[in-house]
Design a protein around this ligand. Sequence first.
Ligand SMILES: Nc1ncnc2c1ncn2[C@@H]1O[C@H](COP(=O)(O)OP(=O)(O)O)[C@@H](O)[C@H]1O
Ligand SMILES: Cc1ncc(COP(=O)(O)O)c(N)n1
Length: 265
Amino acid sequence: MKVYKALTIAGSDSGGGAGIQADLKTFQELGAFGMSVVTAVTAQNTLGVQGVYPIPIAGITEQIAAIGDDLGTDALKTGMLFSSEVIDAVSEKIDHYGWHNVVVDPVMVAKGGAKLLQDEAIRALIEKLIPLATVITPNIPEAELLTNRDINTLEERKEAAKSIYNMGAKTVVIKGGHGNGQEVVDLFYDGEVFEKMVSPRIETRHTHGTGCTFSAAISAELAKGKEIREAVMTGKQFIRAAIEKQLGIGKGHGPTNHWAYNERG
Ligand SMILES: Nc1ncnc2c1ncn2[C@@H]1O[C@H](COP(=O)(O)OP(=O)(O)O)[C@@H](O)[C@H]1O
Ligand SMILES: Cc1ncc(COP(=O)(O)O)c(N)n1
């Protein structure tokens, strides 16, 4: 049996809806062997983030080396990286191991408002990590911070996608979960064509971990050798099912349902 390996380099969410936990569940559902590098531990649930405990840099680079020197990986994603020091160290290691199929989810702020990336780290993201990205998946507020401009119209979103592409990412997907209207439009750009990936907007407050799950699904598909566009389409189908059949747990913004895509829950 061919084993497809996928790695997540991200923060831990004790509540299980986002971060490392969402990523590993997604990898499992899509048939990839999941591995993880924890960059920070968060005390978190559906009500918000109660605490952030960053892992020391040596602890992060040793976890990456443990994987790089033994198992290797077919694809990886990055999520919460927290500081420019972590971004520098992670980028250096990705380069060192020559890892391809790199999905960058430029996580900055949790849905409840807690900061998951320090302000000054945006520069490191642009200079070090984005040039290594096969796919980058900012939401609209993240795309605004990366490009230093407001995004209100589709035209402005296209301009932002071009600008992020010019920072060195091979493919840019600006997600539309934060917009409003009947449809959710994720804008895909590969340097040649723009494609609007459209699905009905599901009315719900249970969207904790949607970005994490979406980027993890893309990584699992890339690990299996799928083309980038196809991987993003599957990511969109996976997250749509997960939101549609959300679990209704927790007192606040609940997690999505990682079983739903395979119709097991
Ligand atoms: N209410 C919704 N209905 C349908 N799809 C959604 C909804 N909210 C988010 N999505 C999808 O989930 C993915 C993550 O989007 P988004 O919520 O913008 O990211 P983030 O979690 O990073 O803020 C995207 O593919 C988006 O289309
Ligand atoms: C550890 C961790 N990483 C990422 C997110 C962002 O979650 P979302 O996917 O809802 O933007 C989070 N809340 N916690």
